[in-house]
Design a protein around this ligand. Structure first.
Ligand code: GKR
Ligand code: MG
Length: 452
């Protein structure tokens, strides 16, 4: 390693492995998860033979950018992570089809070409930091300035869920059972608590009429008194519905996540909640109470979106996602901006594997003001590409002090999941929750917003 002879940190090889990972039938406002989800595993190899790992979205549009990006990386130093953004810009210019794409209808806010680029950069940034850490014998958190906590807390991510994927659809079985009403949601939460020790619960909403989801959150509050609860309908509600739900759940919600779509609507909800809280405390004669805080992973998803949201006081907690924010160092920058504006920060998650969880945990360990448990889909993923799965103990993941991310690739598992991707006829290579729903309900169309 470092010391006895010069270390050669030049990148000599980059391997990209698209895979399909088993996913249970989790419901959201757009439809249901497909039985397999695409992810991309990135390996960056240095001249000294050190391999760094990264992971990101694996849909075709990400692959189309990752491939030329990987070719450009040969000869670059893994230390030079700042250069990754410029490389992505250059590559994207040659990819006019990709750079022109804008999709407004996703679950992670507006999907622009910029965001797509940053999601690709993030996997390479993490892989470079992993390689650098391994070469130096240092954990990634040390490269990010050092951890300020030894374990990172996660929340149980509850979903309405079918018992299984529709009859006749090839899928892996899971042992979570169905959750389609308040009792099912509470039962699922119990399993999460028993298996992983989580003490915070987030319910993915926007699936059933709001009254049913209010009842589910009430049932959670009764079953788990004092536990932080969140509800996230992914922008499916009108401002009026958002205000109604917030009012009914004000005593039990830690925060309400993306009740309405976009910054102007969120700002209206936030203003309505503050006004209601003010008049309630004025009437009660007590001190002024703040309304239910609003969190987002949909209206503040890029640096460019921060100014409007913060000046309008539209959100009180930003849920970062190192994938679409462009990596671990950008996540730290986002946290610093949030701190400056008195806005809380925590972490969003989409379907992901252990490399991403390790990366989330490393960066989260360096963020000083992390006052909310982070989200993670990881418990829903029965498969991984690691030799050892990461473990939640008491709802927390211990921050690894091993070199790099502290995880190791299981090449046989990787090959198996890649084989599944190769064998796919193309229907699963791009995540499409509405298409998965149409298998069960041929009339299904992605609902227009607001849905309620
Ligand atoms: O996987 O169904 C899902 C989620 O709805 C995900 O796509 C969201 O991006 O989990 C995310 C969220 O918090 O909005
Ligand atoms: Mg969300």
């Amino acid at each position: 390693a470092w010391g006895s002879r010069p270390v050669n940190l030049a990148i000599t090889d980059v391997r990209l492995t698209p895979i399909l990972v088993a996913d249970p039938p989790l419901l959201n406002t757009q439809g249901v998860h497909q039985p397999y989800t695409p992810r991309l595993i990135v390996e960056v190899v240095t001249a000294d033979g050190v391999t760094g790992l990264g992971e990101t979205y694996g849909d075709t549009k990400y692959l189309e950018l990752a491939r030329p990006f990987a070719a450009e990386l040969i000869g670059h130093q893994v230390t030079n992570v700042n250069a990754l953004f410029a490389i992505a810009d250059e590559v994207a210019v040659d990819q006019s089809r990709v750079s022109g794409q804008v999709d407004v209808g996703g679950l992670r806010g507006v999907q622009t070409a910029d965001k797509l680029r940053l999601s690709v950069v993030s996997a390479f940034e993490v892989a470079c930091l992993d390689a650098l850490g391994k070469a130096l014998g240092l954990p990634v958190h040390a490269l990010l300035g050092g951890k300020v906590r030894d374990a990172v807390e996660y929340s149980a991510y509850l979903f309405y869920k079918w018992a299984g994927h529709p009859e006749g659809v090839p899928a892996e079985k899971d042992d979570w059972g169905a959750a389609l009403d308040p009792a099912g949601v509470v039962e699922q939460a119990r399993k999460f608590k028993e298996r992983y020790g989580f003490t915070s619960f987030k319910l993915k909403g926007g699936v059933f009429p709001p009254d049913e989801e209010i009842a589910a959150v009430r049932a959670l509050a009764e079953a788990f008194p004092g536990h932080p609860l969140r509800l996230d309908p992914n922008g499916a509600w009108s401002v009026a519905t958002s205000l109604k739900v917030a009012k009914e759940l004000a005593d039990v919600l830690e925060y309400l996540e993306d009740p309405a779509l976009g910054t102007p609507a969120m700002a209206e909800v936030a203003a309505g909640l503050k006004g209601a809280a003010r008049s309630a405390s004025d009437k009660g004669g007590g001190g002024r109470r703040a309304g239910v805080p609003l969190a987002t992973n949909m209206c503040v998803t890029t640096f460019a979106e921060i100014r409007e949201a913060f000046t309008k006081d539209a959100v009180q907690v930003v849920l970062s996602d190192h994938h679409y924010w462009g990596g671990l160092r950008n996540t730290q920058q986002l946290a610093a901006i949030c701190r400056t504006f008195g806005v809380g920060v925590s972490m969003h998650s989409n379907t992901h594997l252990g490399i991403s969880l390790a990366a989330m945990t490393q960066v989260a360990s360096t963020v000083p003001d992390l006052h909310h448990a982070c989200d993670s889909h990881y418990p829903w993923q029965s498969e991984d590409v690691l030799t050892e799965r990461l473990v939640f103990d008491g709802g927390k993941v211990t921050v690894s002090d091993a070199p790099g991310l502290g995880v190791e690739l299981d090449r046989d598992r990787l090959a198996l999941l890649h084989r599944r991707w190769l064998d796919d006829d193309g229907t699963l290579r791009d995540r499409d929750d509405a298409a998965a729903m149409r298998v069960a309900d041929p009339q299904w169309r992605t609902p227009s917003v607001p849905r309620w």
